[in-house]
Design a protein around this ligand. Structure first.
Ligand SMILES: Nc1ncnc2c1ncn2[C@@H]1O[C@H](COP(=O)(O)OP(=O)(O)OP(=O)(O)O)[C@@H](O)[C@H]1O
Ligand SMILES: [Mg+2]
Length: 510
């Protein structure tokens, strides 16, 4: 064989090798500020037990996790892993020599199927055999040569993570602490490594305390962390990120862009300003769609908000509030009914001409007799004050949304007052995002949520609504302080309901 033919044969073998083992040519991205390569190098430091790659949305967290999972499944002596280490100038001695057993976990079974399995599949060697690759429940990938990757999810709960020993555990996005504690036991036999890849959307939770904050008493030695900035990922267009990030308040942006654990302190709606978000009360055109929200309370104030959407520019106007402590649900219901009932006809827009009420105020009624002629009785008269929304002061709301926990109150409204409510989605952070999204200014500098100045309690609550900083030590995600939050709860329910109908909004991105 001459040199040329030998070279062609070598190239051909190389091509086949790369086609068979896509991990061998997988390049982690690098930039001057942050880099995916540095993140992977940081978690692979020998001696690490836990590695934490935080990152903004679209920063490349999942991609990095997928490469690590396949590298551990193949083992560091595998030529494809040797090549991957060379391409990315990585020291891979933290990875065990031969094929390994790997567990990949997503938040939900759906995330596992739609995102995690597919990302991993892109780096798996040809000839890998799958069990249940696109089905619900757990899945397994068996690599030629012996490596195994098992796919689980946080929503299966702690018990699903009992069982065999693993070399590597990858959790994509923030899992529950009990699930992690159970899962990490599987690593003890092999001295395996656990890696989290996540955007710290929940603030300073257990992950921050145990694996990021070195001065915290819960901090565990042997943990390494690295934060990727979304802006540095060369594979994601900047204008896409601009659009994605423009919808969030300052604290949320820090997590979603820089991947940093933000202490949620100070005002929840830091962007809220009277000069921008409060406007003089004015009548709402009857063509606008109305919505209503309810939060119940007896010792605490109950709050009902009336809102309407300006169809021209998608600005939600909160134009009336009912805010009162010490009343029963019955009293609140009667008040709301009173407010919404036409005062001219008292809710009965059609009457006959000889009706006593018609006699008392003849100017409020007009004949609806087909001939248009007043006769001696028998003619139907119609209330002039409410022709566009018979019997009411304004159009019926498209929906009334209410605190989902208050089943009894909702039942009372429906049974005794004919006020039908739908249960609100009480996902707090999603709801807050939906409100913040509307408060944020659009490209023309306008907000999409304004409050009429008659709604004094709602305005006061929006200004005083702060994060609860006493929750730090708990395991729960950061949340607003539960004080003077009644109108804020209603606002959350309403904005959530609106954004769910329009497809979830950007808050849906994990
Ligand atoms: N090393 C890489 N090579 C090629 N493309 C990459 C690389 N890293 C990331 N990407 C691409 O960048 C985009 C974002 O990556 P990825 O999905 O891993 O980000 P993420 O941080 O997990 O995002 P999310 O916040 O949506 O979960 C994807 O289109 C991905 O394919
Ligand atoms: Mg991801």
């Amino acid at each position: 064989m001459n040199d040329a033919r030998r070279a062609v044969a070598v190239l051909d073998r190389l091509r086949r090798f790369l086609a068979t083992f896509p991990i061998a040519r997988a390049a982690l991205w690098t930039a001057t500020r942050t880099s995916q390569r540095a993140a992977v190098a940081a978690v692979l430091v020998v001696g690490n037990l836990v590695g934490l790659i935080t990152g903004g949305n679209r920063s490349g967290k999942t991609e990095a996790g997928a490469m690590l999972a396949v590298a551990f499944a193949l083992g560091r002596d595998h030529p494809a892993v040797v090549a991957w280490a060379q391409v990315n100038r990585l020291d891979v001695s933290r990875i065990q020599r031969g094929p390994g057993v790997v567990c990949c976990s997503a938040l939900t079974g759906n995330d596992s199927r739609r995102v995690q399995r597919e990302k991993v599949a892109a780096y798996l060697p040809a000839g890998t055999e799958w069990t249940n690759r696109s089905g619900a429940g757990e899945a397994t990938a068996r690599l030629p040569g012996g490596g195994v990757i098992i796919f689980k999810s946080n929503d299966q709960g702690r018990r699903a993570f009992q069982g065999a020993a693993w070399h590597f555990l990858w959790m994509d996005e923030e899992h529950d602490e009990p699930v992690f504690n159970e899962a990490r036991m599987r690593l003890a036999d092999h001295g395996g490594l656990a890696v989290f890849t996540m955007t710290p959307l929940k603030g300073r939770t257990w992950v921050w305390r145990r694996f990021s904050e070195r001065t915290h008493e819960d901090y565990e030695p042997g943990a390494a962390d690295y934060a990727l900035n979304s802006r540095d990922n060369p594979h994601v267009p900047q204008d896409y990120l601009d659009r994605l990030l423009s919808n969030y308040g300052a604290h949320e942006r820090a997590a979603r862009e820089q991947g940093s654990f933000v202490a949620l302190e100070g005002r929840v709606f830091g962007d809220f300003a009277r000069a921008i978000h409060v406007i003089p009360s004015r009548p709402i055109p009857s063509s606008w769609t109305r919505y209503q929200g309810w939060d119940f309370g007896t010792r605490n104030p109950a709050c009902v908000l009336w809102a309407a959407l300006d169809p021209a520019d998608d600005v939600l106007h909160v134009y009336r509030e009912h805010y009162r402590a010490g009343w029963t649900t019955k009293q609140h219901a009667e008040h709301v009914t009173e407010v919404e009932t036409c005062s001219a006809c008292r809710g009965e827009p059609e009457r006959s001409e000889d009706d006593a009420l018609v006699q008392a105020s003849p100017r409020g009624w007009e004949s609806v007799h087909p001939a248009g002629v007043f006769g001696f009785g028998g003619d139907e008269l119609r209330c002039v004050a409410c022709v566009e929304h018979p019997g009411r002061t304004e159009p019926e709301p498209e929906w009334r949304v209410a605190d989902p926990a208050a089943k009894g109150d909702r039942k009372t409204l429906a049974r005794h007052h004919d006020i039908r409510t739908i249960p609100a989605d009480n996902a707090v952070r999603s709801g807050l995002n939906d409100v913040a999204e509307r408060l944020a200014l659009d490209v023309e500098g306008r907000p999409h949520l304004v409050i009429h100045d008659s709604c004094r309690n709602t305005i006061a609550e929006a200004e005083g609504y702060v994060w609860d900083t006493t929750r730090r030590k708990g395991n729960d995600a950061d949340a607003p302080l539960k004080r003077n939050d009644h109108a804020m709860d209603v606002l959350r329910y309403m904005c959530r309901q609106l954004s769910r109908r329009s497809g979830g909004g950007l808050g849906a991105t994990a």
